[in-house]
Design a protein around this ligand. Sequence first.
Ligand code: ADP
Ligand code: MG
Length: 242
Amino acid sequence: MTVPSHPVVELTGVTKTYGDVAALRSADVVIRRGELLAVVGPSGSGKSTMLNIMGTLDRPSAGTVRIDGHDIDRLSDRELSALRAGTIGFVFQQFHLAPGVPALDNVADGLLYSGRTRADRRRLAERAMRRVGLGHRLYHEPHQLSGGEKQRVAIARAVLGDPPLLLADEPTGALDSRSGAVVMELLHQLHEAGTTVVVITHDRDIAASLPREVRLKDGAIEHDSAPGAALPAARLPREAVR
Ligand code: ADP
Ligand code: MG
């Protein structure tokens, strides 16, 4: 038997409460390298809470979070920032591009704290812009780009350092259906090139078009189409491990 590589994300019994609101309730999710999956559910079901915890932007109230094999509870803030910078790319519904700044520099700034020279950052940014099909928009500012183009710039920035994990929170939420389809196609291409991609969406059609769906309802996982994947081996029922 081959030993599987460690999961890129492992949430075990993860709960997140805000005051008396349980945004996430005892969630177990294992995501392996190379997966492409949707986290789907209605507004308020805990999707962004789960993504922020997977992305180490937020710590859980209870439970364990492992990213690329590291228990994040055991890491200092500095170690956690380094893990995040080297491992995770983020894409958000609202693009988060700096206004008045050319697309190329918006992308290059994703490596601002990487210790690379400006020339090096811009060279990598240009490559990432070509990768998302925007080699002809390097010097356009955000207001000169369509919504779909802005999201592709944001994706170029997210994948600049080649992170193994890409977390996208409603990446098509602000786009018309045609631009949304282009963005989804791009996420598929990144997945085919080896990136693990998690797409948060309230859109059931988008979720159903991906190989795996984790469905949230009222902060709890109500369905995971990868049976058994959600349970770490030690917690599998006995017949399953025999
Ligand atoms: P979704 O992304 O599925 O729309 P969220 O994860 O944003 O859901 O929110 C889940 C629940 O947690 C909601 O009831 C929301 O109001 C609550 N919540 C999320 N973030 C906070 C916060 N920072 N403070 C208080 N309540 C929050
Ligand atoms: Mg959300």
